[in-house]
Write a protein that binds this ligand. Sequence first.
Ligand SMILES: Cc1cc2nc3c(=O)[nH]c(=O)nc-3n(C[C@H](O)[C@H](O)[C@H](O)COP(=O)(O)OP(=O)(O)OC[C@H]3O[C@@H](n4cnc5c(N)ncnc54)[C@H](O)[C@@H]3O)c2cc1C
Length: 252
Amino acid sequence: MSDSTTEQSVAESDVCIVGAGPAGLTAGVFTARADLDTVVLSAGESILRRNAHLENFPGFPAGVNARQLLEMMEDQADRNGCERRDARVDSVSRDGESLTVRTTADTTIETESLICTSWADTGYLDGIDALEMHDRGNKTYIETEDNGSTPVDGLYAAGRITGSPHQAVVAAGDGARVGLTVIQDSDVPFYHDWVAPEGYFTDRGREIPPGCEEIDDKERRQREHKAQEVMQSYFSDSHPEEPTQHPSVVDN
Ligand SMILES: Cc1cc2nc3c(=O)[nH]c(=O)nc-3n(C[C@H](O)[C@H](O)[C@H](O)COP(=O)(O)OP(=O)(O)OC[C@H]3O[C@@H](n4cnc5c(N)ncnc54)[C@H](O)[C@@H]3O)c2cc1C
């Protein structure tokens, strides 16, 4: 994609994701790994930053600091090729084949596919009449098919904004599922995003399917060693940030 961080710039992407919580960051890992140019826009905090200690996210038997986990998810999105930007999305419109995403900083992104994961904010979608929404309490949810698609071509939604259960792992899984829908709706040849040991396909006379990779023992050990280093660096100290308190508690 043509990258620019200056104001009033115009960029193009295959996939634009609004929101960098568990849903948006996980969707981005999948679309970027499938070689779709992916930009992730975030207007600030994931609601997960309010958590005190996250005890039901798989892979962390004694729980994990939620701000630490978000930082690791951001790092994972970066390592897999996402471009992340701090930006509040202001409006979306359909212009011909693509969707136009405008931010409050006057940046415009023309994108083939848009994934909305901006829990608690749907205001920027007001100009998209075909989209179906429903209100519950003071929140607005986007109606989607099970695979995250909407009646608007190229527009998808994932995570809590679709009304799925208010749990981090559900939002992450939903992001993965919707990212995979976007890949399947694109021109990218894709089977599964798998890393398999050398010979897993080829020793059975099969081609390595698109999206899959075979790695030999040396490469596997190198990757494991790197992963150990990265994880040790994350957990060598306590995370410095406090949970974000609910605004009404802060105001008291
Ligand atoms: C106090 C508290 C404790 C919790 N504890 C747990 C727990 O123990 N276990 C658990 O499973 N879940 C917990 N949750 C719930 C969990 O945090 C959410 O279900 C999960 O974060 C939802 O993920 P999401 O990606 O859908 O939305 P979020 O994580 O909220 O991400 C939304 C993203 O959209 C961005 N955004 C919004 N509007 C715009 C815009 N206009 N432009 C650009 N970006 C925008 C935001 O900045 C953010 O990056 C807790 C929640 C709270 C409040």
